[in-house]
Design a protein around this ligand. Structure first.
Ligand code: GUN
Ligand code: ZN
Length: 435
């Protein structure tokens, strides 16, 4: 048993979905505290009340007054091996993969390179307040070991897996259906359920997998309880047409995955831009999750994800950076771009909804809501300390705002990594702007 910690600051978290509960979903304690024992939340409440409680008497007091304390952010789709090609000029998806992405991923044949990059990326996530991610590695099994080991060292919650890719890619990145099945099973047996780590069966996208490989991916998903599936669907028009050529029998791109048993309540598909109503109904029926990747969708010119259609059809959603197609590791910036995308569709998402999507909503998207996403007693103490006066402009705007909703909205629109004062995983500091 470790010593209790009492974190003092402006506690802000959501107890449920604001689209259902309205403003009642928000719980705040302006002079508040978070009492933590053994990496878990004991209570969130008024600082005065908590400080008077018997549990808090011997606690270490950590003073973050003047800052917001919010649950750690959840990135539901990101590629750690693509950090070195973030912000690469002038291509849409299929050319971008060939010109920049595949060459970068070939370098992960070297396990030392993989370890160095994995550590750099986790550090980037922490300095942006992200404490949980669903992440692509590369086709190399050692790239999965490297990032699981890095996450394991800081006890981070991470979902990742080996890319399965047996056609339409450079030979250095090509596996075979059988080998990818065996390698995935071995990695899954080694890592899934260890500490806070989970395995995701990871067929890159339909064009780079044979039918046999997709069938084996479906088998891995069916045969291993609690594992996830992560992939891409309906991101780009040329990609959608290519899938129709490669799988002429399919009704749609999504239907290819459906055919091989790759939809389900632990399946997360990035993009989901060019889907029709039958696809959306099928996503709802199977409880498949759509990862909304606004910075990537804009940067690669892929299109505008329709969040309100997803809502209307009852499709589960998460928010994601999709680095290196995406241009920022910061989930507040990602939420800000999501807001602008929905504005283009004639809809307006509230600050509470945006905060929900990157915290408790993300936890629901990854079926991790019993562990993370808010400060309910018993949850894991992953949280981020945000300084609303980190920049002159943000401080000025926040001081000019009257309500907490207005302040949170300005924070989301104007934030970058300078706003992160500190990040904690299981109650332990993994990043501080002071050091
Ligand atoms: N589709 C297949 N692979 C990728 C990838 O690495 N990034 C994005 N954005 N889309 C993909
Ligand atoms: Zn992606």
């Amino acid at each position: 048993m470790t010593k209790e910690k009492l974190i003092r600051g402006n506690i802000v978290h959501l107890t449920g979905d604001p689209s259902v509960l309205g403003a009642q979903a928000l719980q705040t304690y302006e002079d508040g505290g978070l009492l933590i024992r053994d990496g878990h939340v004991v209570a969130a409440g008024e600082a005065k009340t908590l400080m008077a409680s018997p549990e808090a008497q011997a606690a270490d007091l950590i003073d973050h007054r003047g800052c917001y304390i919010v649950p750690g952010f959840i990135d539901t789709h990101v590629h750690y091996p693509q950090v070195d090609i973030i912000a690469s000029y002038g291509a849409q998806l299929l050319q971008w993969l060939e010109r920049y992405t595949f060459p970068a991923e070939i370098k992960f044949a070297d396990p030392q390179h993989a370890t160095r990059v994995a550590e750099f990326v986790l550090d980037q996530m922490f300095r942006n307040g992200t404490t949980t991610a669903m992440m692509f590695a590369t086709v190399h099994p050692a790239s999965v070991d490297a990032v699981f080991e890095a996450a394991s060292r800081c006890n981070m919650r991470l979902i990742t897996g080996k890319v399965m890719m047996d056609r339409n890619c450079p030979p250095e990145l090509m596996d075979t259906a059988e080998q990818s099945y065996e390698d995935s099973q071995a990695l899954l047996d080694k890592w899934h359920g260890k500490q806070r780590l989970h395995y995701a069966v990871t067929p890159r996208f339909a064009p780079t997998s044979s039918e046999q490989q997709l069938a084996l991916a479906g088998r891995l998903y069916a045969e291993n309880k609690g594992v996830y599936v992560q992939s891409h669907v309906a991101e780009n028009h040329a990609e959608v047409s290519w899938v129709a050529e490669l799988f002429p029998w399919s009704r749609s791109y999504l239907d290819v995955y459906d055919h091989y048993g790759l939809l389900g309540d632990r399946s997360v598909y990035a993009h989901c831009i060019h889907l029709d109503s039958t696809d959306l109904e099928r996503m709802h029926e199977t409880q498949t999750v759509a990862a909304f990747c606004p910075t990537s969708n804009l940067f690669l010119g892929s299109g505008l994800f329709d969040l309100s259609a997803a809502r209307e059809y009852g499709v589960r959603t998460g928010m994601a950076t999709d680095v290196g197609g995406g241009t920022s590791f910061n989930m507040l910036q990602t939420a800000s771009e999501a807001y602008k995308v929905t504005q283009l569709g004639g809809n307006t998402v509230t600050a509470l909804q945006l905060l929900y999507e990157i915290t408790l909503g993300g936890a629901h998207a990854l079926s991790l809501q019993d562990h993370i996403g808010n400060f309910e007693p018993g949850k894991e103490a992953d949280f981020v300390v945000l300084d609303p006066h980190a920049t002159g402009l943000l401080g000025r705007r926040i001081d000019h705002a009257d309500t907490i909703e207005e302040k949170l909205f300005a924070l989301i629109m104007l934030a970058d990594d300078r706003v992160t004062r500190a990040t904690y995983v299981m109650g332990n500091s993994v990043y501080s702007s002071d050091t």
